[in-house]
Design a protein around this ligand. Structure first.
Ligand code: NAP
Ligand code: COA
Length: 269
């Protein structure tokens, strides 16, 4: 499928771009003609993602790094810029999650998610700033409804993604004068993803989630990719510091109760 946007001659770097939503975003930019680089920890996932991206016809490169390791991220983005040129688009979406109660999880468990989602996002933006094509570059962070909606079993992700939204807004303020826009997309529950496999692992729990979404269904990875394509394009030239829900209306209310319902289903009242 071709995309309704033309990114030919553009370079896109996707941190965490080797599976799920972020890989769909990387593939959408590749189909729209961009040269795409992806980064994640697993050599196998990086290799498979790059093979798939190259099969779409354009140049693609992959890098192994943990977003918690600033030096490793800085080395990777420098190599990507060397091979593909300055970045027109930066997507930051590496994240980790699991359901766990605040009083039960270890301090290391809380720290792991904050380190990946929040500090990792900062590391990716900080390391990439000097490699962004200015003026005109666009950054899109991948946030989550947890950033604004308190959800049981999600204290780590709520804290981390709230931070991601504020990194988005502050960098939009600071980088606007250089011609760099910084926005975030907030996916709702997205079908076929690792995130929802962890949070709603059975058909019964999926139904509980679906029932809490005003539009009555899970989203599709392409619907998140479409928003990223728009946010990074000239059609969004006056949009910066925005945190855009693409969630079927989930964060209007349903998302706040659903994990309480699921917790009762998991553990009883
Ligand atoms: P996923 O398939 O597990 O994607 C996570 C990606 O990040 C993978 O490429 C993973 O590759 C990489 N990653 C994880 N930890 C990393 C680290 N420390 N350093 C570098 N890369 C790392 O998950 P997903 O469900 O599609 O979620 C993607 C994004 O969407 C996340 O930001 C998530 O918070 C957000 N989101 C998802 C949903 C949903 O319904 N799934 C809803 C709201 C928001 P490696 O394992 O190789 O490192
Ligand atoms: N419940 C409670 N604690 C958990 C947990 C769970 N399901 N999974 C991991 N932890 C704890 C570990 O026990 C450990 O704490 P401890 O040392 O006190 O025992 C801590 O979290 C770190 O775990 P570890 O496996 O060492 O971390 P890691 O850095 O290898 O992996 C995770 C990070 C835990 C976030 C891992 O789930 C991951 O890599 N996720 C990426 C994929 C993903 O989550 N996708 C969905 C994105 S929304």
């Amino acid at each position: 499928m071709s995309e309704p946007f033309d990114y030919s001659g553009r370079t896109v770097f996707v941190a965490g771009g080797t599976s799920g939503i972020n890989l769909a975003v990387a593939r959408a930019f590749a189909r729209a003609g961009a040269a795409v680089a992806v980064l994640s920890r697993s050599p196998g996932k990086v290799r498979a993602a790059v093979e798939g991206l190259r099969a779409l016809g354009g140049p693609a490169e992959g890098f192994e790094a943990d977003v918690r390791d600033f030096d490793a991220v800085a080395t990777a983005v420098a190599a990507a810029r060397e091979r593909l040129g300055e970045f027109d688009v930066l997507i930051s979406g590496a994240a980790g999650n699991f359901p766990a109660a605040a009083a039960d999880m270890s301090a290391r468990a809380f720290a792991a998610v904050v380190d990946i989602d929040l500090k990792g996002t900062y590391n990716v933006l900080r390391a990439s700033y000097e490699h962004l094509r200015k003026p005109g570059a666009a950054v899109v962070n991948i946030s989550a409804p947890q950033s604004t909606v308190p959800m049981e079993l999600q204290v780590h992700a709520c804290a981390a993604k709230a931070g991601v939204d504020m990194v988005t807004r502050v960098c939009a303020l600071e980088w606007g004068p250089a011609g760099v826009r910084v926005n975030a997309v907030v996916p709702g529950p997205i079908a076929g993803t690792e995130g929802m496999a962890r949070l709603a692992p059975t058909p019964e729990l999926e139904q509980v989630v679906t029932g809490s979404v005003p539009l009555g269904r899970y989203g599709d990875v392409q619907e998140i990719a479409d928003c990223c394509l728009w946010l990074a394009s000239p059609l969004a030239a006056y949009v910066t510091g925005a945190v855009v829900p693409v969630d079927g209306g989930w964060s209007l209310g349903g998302a706040s109760q659903v994990f309480s319902d699921m917790r009762r289903l998991f553990t009883g009242p």
